[in-house]
Design a protein around this ligand. Sequence first.
Ligand code: MBD
Ligand code: FE
Length: 284
Amino acid sequence: MTDIITEQATAAASGAAATERFRTRRHSGAADVDTRRVDTLATELITAVHDVVRRHKVTYAEYDALKAWLIQVGQDGEWPLFLDVWVEHVVEEVASENREGSKGTIEGPYYVPDAPRLPAEATLPMRDGEEGTSLLFQGRVTSVDGTPLPGAAVEIWHADNDGYYSQFAPGLPEWNLRGHVVADDQGNFKIHTMEPAPYQIPTDGSCGRLIAAAGWHAWRPAHLHLKVSAPGHQLITTQLYFQGGSHVEDDIAQAVKPELILAPTPVGDGSGNEVTYDFVLDKA
Ligand code: MBD
Ligand code: FE
């Protein structure tokens, strides 16, 4: 019994892993933002909260519920999840407003750098009998002027058929469904993987409690995550979705854009689906 319980994916365990990953990769907590900018942003944010309290006559019971919930978000390690689901899409929109090349979207909490390097045609690491429909995802990386980018890096990561990401759920091989594919001398890549399933963010933690309390749903459409980069060019962080899939129209993280929707077709031998998608990178 206890073995089964410890092997279950929990919000607190995936939250703790995402929090630890963010701390080591991105931020020690040292502020490097200009004082006047912090003054402006913090003042406006706090004032926006005051406005909500006045407009809706927030009660002490509601204020205490908020305080308890905020404390619990930290204890569950769910700040990365909360921010990436409800805030990151607007930060990405602002950051990419002058980009000419391919559209990007949010990174989310489950990227891990230094995935195994794979050749231009490769199968992502996966278990024997990995569940799902096989997918051949292929394309070319070029610069905005049309020049192919040989050796471009196509980093890809996605959930399995049960909606779990390796390194954020127990029992999966370390690099399951993660890879760093190096494009060939024409900028081409061919990645063999499995189509991911729609993804439900953890419902047993603080984010899940907010969703239940507000009567929302916890779903993201099925998606592939990618980071595509080449020397002298801007790295693009993106996600690709599947036409007609559940929750493409109502992603909880509001990260879908029309340019990011794939329409795979069956391969001739009936073994699965294939789709071509090209990436265009802006110059650095
Ligand atoms: C995910 O897989 C994801 O992509 C985002 C943005 C948030 C939670 C889980
Ligand atoms: Fe994701």
